[in-house]
Write a protein that binds this ligand. Structure first.
Ligand code: AHR
Length: 524
């Protein structure tokens, strides 16, 4: 009986073999047709006082046996330096609208509560100075969200004075006493977080009146940030695409259009998680093709959301002075069994790597308006770059995507045209392929191609106009299963490996493995 089954299986294999052949897709890239700069800030990260995102993930304290520099773990710093994190958004999230900065400075820290996340206490041992030290160690800039929900404009204004002033005020003397005489730089300022919900449940009009006050009084005094490198003020923006959210964007942008000399904003935030359905119940590991395809379909909704809110912004800001900053995005799944549900602990699989690439490509295609984004969250929370457990650390598939995309930071977008065909599974039909291209500061061409199809390889032939291509090389990220993950015991399951790419007759050819993210550079 068994041998009969084997013969039957072989016959099925032979019959289906032709359909298993690689799909062929032609891409066309004209290097002379450049678009906007892909702002490196779209590769930003988000680190909230939530679960083990900060405590244990970044901060272990200088007494820890885990190797650290002034309490900040060295392994995490080393890993983050390698992905050139442009900015870190801190201290929240919902936490930011309950954060009182004075509790986190000086030798005596107050122990407070973290009512949003897991009902735990907040030691405040990681405060302003520790955050600034951390971003300095990884080479990133500060994106500080001030407390609009339960704080006051005065509290926020004094925090900015404490951080950024060079003049000998009492607050500056306190900063010096606490170890930092020189002013800190604050590149981005978030005026509240989700003020329509956890940040105070405000109406759009009420928020706008608050936003104007904060914009006016929460100043950056750093002498190095007056003419150049001015701090960008980011207003709270939408969290979805229904009328509630379009109304919010309309209200903020209409106010912006009528702004006077006394206040201004430079960005509008947008939050959009890939959840599938709320509350988050999709598993982050141990799933199959159905959940894979559904989550990827869901994540592609980012495109429509950005287009919709950009169109509203265009009405009030046709010169695109206000950036759209997607400062919370990523996959949000069911908490891992046994974890504190308030800690938002989930695994990070090959599916998340593909999800990350698709979103980064959407941001890049909207580079003229989307000039910042922060994946949620950097360590141990939601779609993390890094997972730690005490002294152990593992890099996630998402981490490797951010590493592969480093050449796209501040590169110039180049349109790619292609007709990919569809990948279908059950009721899901999504494009089989996605791709972006860009030219870096040295004129080198970079191409990213994602094969969403988990079953079929794709043979790519890319026509290259505007350059004389000589050679190409690159890396690809894939793994045996759609839910393959890296663990402490098997840390290298999902890792980039070299891919063979050829230039033939001026065309780039390469074969993409199923469910893969590939980045190739072209030498000329
Ligand atoms: O990232 C987790 C939470 O999601 C943030 O605190 C909040 O802004 C959002 O709702």
């Amino acid at each position: 009986m068994r041998s009969l089954l084997v013969v039957f299986a072989l016959i099925v294999l032979v019959i289906t073999a032709p359909t298993m052949a690689a799909q062929k897709v032609e891409l066309s890239i004209d290097v002379s047709k450049t678009g906007a700069k892909i702002d490196r800030n779209i590769f930003g990260q988000f680190a909230e006082h939530l679960g083990h995102g900060i405590y244990e993930g970044i901060w272990v304290g200088s007494d820890s046996k885990i190797p650290n520099t002034r309490g900040i773990r060295n392994d995490v710093v080393g890993a983050l330096k390698a992905i050139k994190v442009p900015n870190v958004r801190w201290p929240g999230g919902c936490f930011a609208d309950e954060y009182h900065w004075r509790k986190g400075i000086g030798p005596q820290r107050s122990v407070t509560l973290n009512p949003n996340w897991g009902g735990v206490t907040e030691a405040n041992t990681f405060g302003t100075h520790e955050f600034m030290d951390f971003i300095d160690q990884i080479g990133a800039e500060a994106y500080v969200s001030v407390n609009v929900g339960s704080g006051t404009p005065q509290e926020a204004a004094e925090w900015l004075e404490y951080m950024t002033t060079a003049a000998p005020t009492t607050l500056v003397k306190e900063r010096a006493t606490n170890g930092h005489p020189a002013p800190y730089k604050v590149a981005l300022l978030g005026i509240g977080n989700e003020s329509w919900d956890c940040g105070g449940n405000m109406t759009p009009d009420y928020y706008v009146s608050q936003m104007k006050i904060y914009s006016r009084f929460v100043r950056n005094f750093n002498p190095a940030q007056q003419d150049k490198q001015q701090m960008l003020k980011i207003a709270v923006g939408p969290g979805g695409d229904g009328p509630r959210w379009t109304d919010w964007t309309e209200t903020v942008m209409k106010a912006y259009q009528q702004h006077t000399w006394s206040w201004d904003i430079n960005g509008l935030s947008m939050h959009n998680y890939t959840v599938g359905h709320w509350p988050p119940s999709y598993a982050s590991v141990g799933f199959g093709e159905t959940e894979y395809s559904q989550i990827l379909k869901s994540t592609l909704e980012m495109e429509g959301l950005i287009s919709k809110h950009s169109a509203i912004m265009d009405k009030y800001d046709p010169d695109k002075k206000v950036a759209l900053i997607v400062d919370e995005w990523g996959g949000w799944y069911a908490p891992l069994p046994g974890s504190n549900p308030g800690f938002l602990v989930q695994q990070n699989s090959l599916r998340d790597a593909i999800l990350a690439a698709l979103n980064l490509n959407i941001f890049a295609r909207h580079a003229d308006r989307v000039r910042g984004a922060n994946i949620a969250q950097m360590i141990n929370v939601l779609q993390a770059m890094i997972i730690t457990d005490k002294e152990k650390m593992v890099l996630t598939p998402t981490y490797y995507v951010f590493k592969m995309y480093v050449p796209f930071q501040d590169a110039t977008f180049i349109p790619v045209t292609f007709d990919t065909g569809w990948y279908t599974h059950g009721a899901v039909a999504i494009p089989r392929l996605d791709a972006i291209a860009a030219k870096d500061a040295n004129g080198k061409l970079w191409l990213e191609i994602t094969n969403l199809d988990p079953n079929e390889p794709v043979e790519v032939e890319a026509g290259l106009a505007g350059i004389i291509a000589k050679s190409a090389s690159g890396e690809t990220l894939t793994a045996p299963k759609v839910d393959s993950v890296n663990t402490f015991d098997a840390a290298n399951t999902v890792m980039p490996k070299p891919i063979s790419a050829k230039i033939q007759g001026g065309k780039l050819t390469l074969k993409l493995e199923p469910k893969s993210v590939t980045v190739v550079s072209v030498e000329q």
